[in-house]
Design a protein around this ligand. Structure first.
Ligand SMILES: Nc1ncnc2c1ncn2[C@@H]1O[C@H](COP(=O)(O)OP(=O)(O)OP(=O)(O)O)[C@@H](O)[C@H]1O
Ligand SMILES: [Mg+2]
Length: 146
């Protein structure tokens, strides 16, 4: 039985690593005829509790996050070569790994592709926390691109 690769989810946080990983996912989709969903997740701020001053309204906060997210996705899409591939973008708010998993379930993903590291500021020897969580909990095979 051959692997029927129909739906690939690629997760990007705007980092070069994630864009390189996404390109691998798109290239694989071109070879297999799969559709691609490019997802970016904005982590909701932990909250203003304990911080002095007025919190922004939820509407203002959501608008600001959505705007930033659109910019990240637009930049990623500019850099990806998606010729001949059916690509959709998806923007989510929340915990990145949890939301990526939810998108995999929603899209019935046959594969999810992430970078080994991302936009985290810490120069790590170990795998990033989002990639790590996916390796443990994703509902489909995971491709982690170094
Ligand atoms: N917010 C996000 N939205 C979509 N994909 C993400 C997001 N964060 C990470 N990823 C995916 O996971 C890959 C690994 O990033 P990860 O966040 O695990 O590492 P890191 O940023 O280096 O470390 P950490 O976030 O644990 O400090 C990225 O290359 C990207 O593919
Ligand atoms: Mg990160």
């Amino acid at each position: 039985m051959t692997w029927d690769l129909k739906s690939i989810v690629v997760a990007v946080d705007g980092s070069d690593q994630s864009i390189r990983a996404a390109q691998r996912g798109v290239d694989l989709a071109r070879m297999s005829g799969a559709k691609v969903t490019v997802v970016t997740v904005v982590r909701t701020p932990e909250g203003w509790w304990g911080i002095d001053g007025e919190p922004p309204t939820p509407e203002a906060l959501a608008a600001a996050l959505a705007e930033g997210q659109r910019r990240v996705l637009a930049r990623v899409m500019e850099q990806l070569d998606t010729d001949g591939v059916e690509v959709e973008t998806d923007e989510e708010l929340g915990d990145p790994a949890t939301m990526i998993i939810a998108v995999c379930e929603d899209r019935q993903a046959d594969l999810v592709v992430v970078g080994r590291r991302g936009a985290g500021l810490v120069e790590r020897l170990i795998i990033g926390s989002v990639a790590d969580r996916l390796a443990h909990d994703a509902p489909c095979p995971v491709m982690i691109v170094p």
